[in-house]
Design a protein. Structure first.
Length: 149
């Protein structure tokens, strides 16, 4: 009986020591990846919806947003002979944040969903991983920090 109690106590101590390692959560980016529709050489599109509207962005950067029954166009920077390779989005305090790779660059765009206009475009490294949101800033794995104030 004493051996059983010692074995059970040993197992309990081992499991208790391992629990903190499993309870720590890995931080996850709030950005969602948009699935690309179509394959080269044909035109490719990125379609997604937010709480405000529906968006369509072509791989050359021409985008449109549905405003009531008509569309309003906007242009994302893509560079000469470049195409959007991957696109992520995140709604933040009424803004739409677009994160994408085009050619040899990456870009973070702040889009005002009320006025349907681009507020700012920030160039980032092309091999980015979607950033984490920390205290009103976006923090990329390479150390780049972009303020959302």
């Amino acid at each position: 009986m004493k051996n059983l109690v010692v074995v059970c106590l040993g197992v309990l101590v081992t499991v208790s020591a391992a629990v903190p390692a499993y309870s720590q959560r890995e931080e996850v980016s709030p950005f969602s990846q948009v699935k690309r529709i179509g394959e080269p050489p044909a035109q490719m599109f990125y379609l997604f919806s937010t709480s405000v509207s529906n968006y369509t962005i072509r791989n050359d950067g021409l985008g449109d947003v549905l405003v009531r029954v008509r569309k309003k166009n906007f242009q994302l920077k893509a560079g000469a002979n470049s195409h959007i390779e991957r696109l992520y989005f995140f709604e933040y305090e009424g803004e739409l944040l677009l994160l994408y790779e085009a050619g040899a660059s990456g870009y973070l765009v702040r889009f005002d969903q009320k006025t349907k206009t681009i507020k700012s475009t920030t160039a980032i490294k092309e091999d980015f991983e979607p950033p984490l949101l920390k205290a009103r800033t976006l923090t990329f794995t390479d150390g780049t920090v972009v303020s959302l104030n």
